[in-house]
Design a protein around this ligand. Structure first.
Ligand code: F6P
Length: 326
C-alpha cells in the first residue's frame, strides 16, 4: 500500500457503546500494521478542542477488547457545533501533524466530523458506534447487539417475577428516537406486546390485547416499550393502562444498564472489521465517508448521505413481532 500519511488520530464521541474499545484497538492495530502512528484523542471533540491527545503505544490498547465504555473517554460537545470550536480543533490537529481522523460515534458526532472535514480538508472517516442502531448505511452499529442482549437478559429475569406473581410489567428500553432495541429485545424476549411509537392508537390496541389475554386466563404480561424521545414514558403508559383495565402494573426502565458491559462477539467482530477498514480507507485516500457493513460487505458512503437520514424499522420484523406475540 502506498503511504502518504504518517500519523492518524482516533476518537470516540457521543454516548459510549460496547465495542468502542474493540474498535479503538482495531484502528491502532491496523494503523501500526501499515506503518502509521496512531494518536488517541481523549474525551471526544472536547478533548480534540483542548488538544488532549497522545500517541498510543501497544500497552495502551492491551486487554481492552472485552471492556465496555471507551478507554479514550467521550463527550457530547456543544462547542464543536460552532465554527470557532472546529477551528480550535483544526489548530490542534495541525500542531500534532495528524493527517487523518477516525471518529467512532453516532449521528450527532458524524455531523461535526463531516463539517470539520469539509472546512479543513483533513481526511475523516466515521464508524457507526451507538446502541441505538439508528444510522443508515449499515445493517448494524457497534454496540447494538450487546445492548439487545443486555435488555434480553433483563426481560428474562423480569419474566420470572411476572410469572410468579401474575403481574403486568412495562420494560422500557433505550434507543432514542429509533425503536430497534425495543423491537429486537421484545422479539427475542417473547414480550406479550411491544410499544414502538407510544401513540394513542397503540395504547388502545394494547388495552384490548391485554383484556383478551387476561380474559383467556393469562396471569402475567411483559410489554416492551421504546423510550423514543421521552425517557420514562412507560410510567405514563403504565398509569393509563392500569386505570383503564383496573389492574396494577409495574415499570422497569433499563436505562444506562444497556450501555455498559462487555461487548458480544458480534460487536467485537463488527468493531474489528470497521476499525481496520477505516484505516485502510484513509490510506487509500478516502475522506468524508462512513464505513459500515451492508449484507456482510464493508461499504464506504458519504457522511452527508448518512446524517439526518432515518434507519427505519424493518416492516417484516414489526409484522413478525405482531404474529409471534399473539
Ligand atoms: O444514543 C445512545 C443513548 O443511550 C440513547 O439510547 C439514549 O436516549 C441517550 O443515549 C441517553 O443519553 P445520555 O447518556 O447522554 O443521557
Amino acid at each position: 500500500m502506498r503511504l502518504t500519511m504518517q500519523r492518524i488520530g482516533v476518537l470516540t464521541s457521543g454516548g459510549d457503546a460496547p465495542g468502542m474499545n474493540a474498535c479503538i484497538r482495531a484502528v491502532y492495530r491496523a494503523g501500526t500494521r501499515y506503518g502509521l502512528e496512531v494518536y488517541g484523542i481523549k474525551n471526544g471533540y472536547a478533548g480534540l478542542i483542548a488538544g488532549d491527545m497522545k500517541k498510543l503505544e501497544r500497552l495502551d490498547i492491551a486487554n481492552i477488547i472485552h471492556l465496555g465504555g471507551t478507554v479514550l473517554g467521550t463527550s457530547r460537545c456543544e462547542e464543536f457545533k460552532t465554527l470557532e470550536g472546529r477551528e480550535k480543533a483544526e489548530i490542534k490537529l495541525r500542531e500534532r501533524g495528524i493527517q487523518g481522523l477516525v471518529i467512532i460515534g453516532g449521528d450527532g458526532s458524524f455531523r461535526g466530523g463531516n463539517l470539520l472535514s469539509l472546512e479543513t480538508g483533513i481526511p475523516i472517516i466515521t464508524i457507526p458506534g451507538t446502541i441505538d442502531n439508528d444510522i443508515p448505511g449499515t445493517d448494524f452499529s457497534i454496540g447494538f447487539d450487546t445492548a439487545v442482549n443486555i435488555a434480553l437478559e433483563a426481560i428474562d429475569r423480569i419474566r420470572d417475577t411476572a410469572i410468579s406473581h401474575g403481574r403486568l410489567f412495562f420494560v422500557e428500553v433505550m434507543g432514542h428516537s429509533s425503536g430497534f432495541l425495543a423491537l429486537e429485545s421484545g422479539i427475542a424476549g417473547g414480550a406479550e406486546h411491544l410499544i414502538l411509537q407510544n401513540s394513542k392508537e397503540e395504547i388502545d390496541i394494547l388495552c384490548e390485547r391485554l383484556k383478551d389475554m387476561f380474559a383467556r386466563g393469562k396471569r402475567h404480561a411483559i410489554v416492551v416499550v421504546a423510550e423514543r424521545d421521552r425517557p420514562g414514558c412507560s410510567f405514563d403508559i403504565s398509569k393509563t393502562v392500569s386505570e383503564r383495565l383496573s389492574m396494577d402494573s409495574w415499570v422497569c426502565v433499563l436505562g444506562h444498564t444497556q450501555r455498559g458491559g462487555s461487548p458480544t462477539a458480534r460487536d467485537r467482530i463488527l468493531a474489528a472489521k470497521l476499525g481496520v477498514s477505516a484505516v485502510i480507507g484513509l490510506i487509500e485516500g478516502r475522506s468524508g465517508v462512513m464505513v459500515g457493513e451492508l449484507m456482510r460487505e464493508v461499504v464506504y458512503q458519504p457522511i452527508s448521505d448518512v446524517i439526518g437520514g432515518r434507519q427505519d424499522l424493518d416492516p417484516r420484523m414489526t409484522k413478525l413481532s405482531k404474529i409471534i406475540s399473539n
